[in-house]
Design a protein around this ligand. Structure first.
Ligand SMILES: Cc1cc2nc3c(=O)[nH]c(=O)nc-3n(C[C@H](O)[C@H](O)[C@H](O)COP(=O)(O)OP(=O)(O)OC[C@H]3O[C@@H](n4cnc5c(N)ncnc54)[C@H](O)[C@@H]3O)c2cc1C
Length: 600
């Protein structure tokens, strides 16, 4: 029998310990709130992996207005200009805050990155910016009195049936204050896939008053011990979802948990179809972790992309050849990969020679060798990899979502900054700025004085979604019962738990990767619908697999709905960009995923 953990309580629970989560926590705690950080991995996440840097208009002659203009161009019509302006104007201050915390950042010799009209990239070392930013943030977190609960996974929000404003209790799904229009429901093939997020017992979850979080402590064997954290507000800062794809630069924990949790609770998810792909990520047969980035500089030094038969891949397709812009190269690679069965193409660096590879590209060479490929003598399998999720939980720059008490920040959020395509190095900047603003907004909303949070026992009468004994979502009335029910594990069920995750990820790369069309996306919806039930025991892999299935459906449904090409969303059957831009809004309404458009 697995016993549920003793309940904890706080004013604010922050899910995630990346740049976004720690920035929220430090700021809210500095304003007197009792903050608790729950994280799968205190030192993990995408933040420490960020290589390039943080965008901030600090250079001579550069201005926030120029930063805004570049961001709006990249965002292809879907940015919120006011929000982008707030980001650009706050960016220099955010850098100052980080250096004040002790981050060693180069703020004078700024770098230039693609899409920026000025040298604007604050960095640290050659490619260690994220690691340095995270080191400084983590030091400050550990030095504070903020409670940290590591190796613990957020499972679901706790929502009381009472106390919500009337506007959040409607089940129409079309408006709910979101300004939607032209609603359409994902139906037919996708219907089965919808059943999971809507709840196996058929109970609709009406966004109501948020009272805390259900979380599971991760055991050495991956099994979870569930427990309740009572709180007055929950902040989702759980990062991205790159693991939904067969090839990704994202860390193993980027399984879209935060977005799936918010979706299950009825939050509006916006523009999730916009996934930014990096053209050359080392292709690995199983989607079981982060795939190393193979730097463009390798092609700059003479490495050649090749078809499976060894012929040059870019020959005759673009006069710039292998050094054409990322999206052009990625699109060509995707066409070739879709026509074959291998799932990858080749990057041939054998012509560079041992000396240059080992001394000029030690990181890439070591990463390849770690996976049994010696680039000195063998071609490297590469594929475009999911790199950044531009959409997410609809939120403003102060973190407020469509559910009272639920906040979202960082890569998990859609605030209007990244639009249809992220401008390089804007994401860590956003995580810091939105994180700090959210901490301040929480203090303003909850009051500076510490107040009593609802006790864990108070949840016994409320309903919330949880992972039941059979890995389905169930509405349960008592966390203690849930804890007991989660204890029945049998090895056969466990082995069934992750079946389909790799297959689904490969289907995502094939049908919702760089190039998409309606036929493929419909095929994908069928794969998602067929993706098996998750584990019979409450364990991390089962929870992540289910969350990946949820975000996969949101991405596929959004991509199908968006019959145009815009930003990093490319449809081979709809190559034009529509004159009037719109946001894709997705929200579960009972058993159905309702996908609507919101004109800008
Ligand atoms: C290889 C690589 C290079 C990049 N380079 C740059 C760059 O140069 N510049 C730039 O601006 N951006 C870059 N990015 C993107 C950038 O790193 C991220 O967008 C940003 O760091 C996201 O910060 P975050 O705090 O939102 O999420 P993360 O840093 O990913 O943190 C997420 C946190 O949530 C936790 N978590 C997840 N799910 C749960 C759960 N269910 N329960 C509890 N905890 C959970 C994780 O353990 C982690 O602590 C890069 C990304 C990658 C992968």
């Amino acid at each position: 029998m697995m016993e549920p953990r003793t309940g904890r309580e706080a004013d604010v629970v922050v899910v995630g310990s990346g740049a976004a989560g720690i920035s929220v926590a430090l700021t809210a705690a500095a304003r007197g709130l009792r903050v608790l950080v729950v994280t799968k991995d205190l030192v993990g996440g995408a933040t420490p992996m960020a290589q390039g840097g943080l965008a901030a208009a600090l250079g001579a002659g550069d201005t926030p207005a120029a930063h805004v203009a570049d961001t709006l161009v990249a965002g292809a019509g879907l940015c919120s200009p006011d929000t982008v302006t707030a980001l650009a104007e706050s960016a220099p201050g955010a850098i100052g805050w980080l250096t004040g915390l002790g981050a060693r950042l180069e703020t004078r010799d700024l770098r230039l990155e693609g899409g920026h009209s000025a040298r604007r990239i604050v960095h640290s070392g050659d490619d260690a910016t994220g690691a340095e930013v995270h080191r400084a943030l983590l030091s400050a977190l550990l030095a504070s009195d903020i409670e940290i609960v590591d190796r613990t996974v957020a499972l679901d929000l706790l929502l009381s049936d009472t106390g919500a404003p009337e506007s959040f209790r409607t089940r129409s799904g079309e408006r709910d204050g979101a300004g939607t229009s032209a609603g359409a429901r994902v139906s037919g093939r996708a219907a089965a896939a919808n059943a999971s997020p809507a709840g196996a017992l058929g109970r609709e979850l009406v966004p109501a008053r948020l009272t805390g979080l259900l979380a599971g402590t991760i055991g050495a064997d991956g099994r979870l011990t569930p427990g309740v954290i009572a709180a007055r507000a929950v902040v989702i800062a759980a990062g991205g979802l790159g693991q939904a794809f067969g090839t990704t630069s994202n860390p193993a924990g980027a399984t879209g948990d935060g977005i799936a949790i918010a979706a299950r609770a009825g939050a509006v998810i916006r523009d999730l179809e916009f996934i930014q792909f990096h053209p050359t990520v080392l292709w690995l047969p199983e989607a079981s972790g982060q795939c190393p980035l193979i730097t463009e500089a390798l092609r700059g030094a003479g490495a050649v992309l090749r078809n499976l038969d060894g012929t040059p891949l870019m020959a005759g397709h673009d006069p710039r050849g292998d050094l054409a812009p990322r999206d052009v190269v990625a699109a060509r690679m995707a066409e070739v990969i879709a026509a074959g069965d291998a799932g990858h193409v080749w990057l041939d660096a054998t012509g560079l020679g041992r000396d240059l590879l080992e001394n000029g590209f030690p990181t890439v060479t070591a990463a390849c060798r770690k996976h049994g490929i010696d680039p000195v003598t063998a071609m490297i399998p590469v594929a475009p990899g999911a790199h950044y999720s531009c959409g997410g939980i609809r939120a403003d720059l102060d973190g407020r979502t469509t559910i009272p008490g639920l906040y979202a920040v960082g890569e998990a959020a859609s605030t209007g900054i990244q639009g249809a395509n992220r401008l390089a190095s804007n994401s860590v900047t956003e995580a810091i700025i939105a994180g700090r603003r959210t901490g301040t907004a929480l203090a303003d909303a909850l009051g500076h004085a510490r107040q009593e949070s609802p006790s864990p026992e108070a949840h016994a009468g409320g309903s919330f979604r949880a992972w039941g004994a059979h890995g389905r979502e169930e509405a349960v009335a008592n966390p203690t019962e849930h804890g007991a029910s989660a204890s029945h594990g049998d090895p056969a069920a466990l082995s069934r738990g992750v079946v389909g995750r790799g297959e689904l990820a490969r289907a995502m790369s094939r049908y919702a990767g760089v190039m998409r069309d309606a036929d493929g996306l419909n095929e994908l919806l069928q794969v998602i619908a067929d993706a098996g039930a998750v584990s019979g025991v409450l364990e991390l892999e089962a929870v992540e697999a289910a969350n990946l299935r949820t975000v996969s459906l949101l991405i596929a449904a959004g991509a199908l709905r968006r019959a145009e090409s815009r930003g990093c969303h490319r449809r081979r059957d709809a190559t034009e960009t529509a004159a009037a831009p719109w946001h894709t809004l997705a929200r579960w309404d009972g058993q159905e995923l309702v996908v609507t458009e919101e004109a800008l």
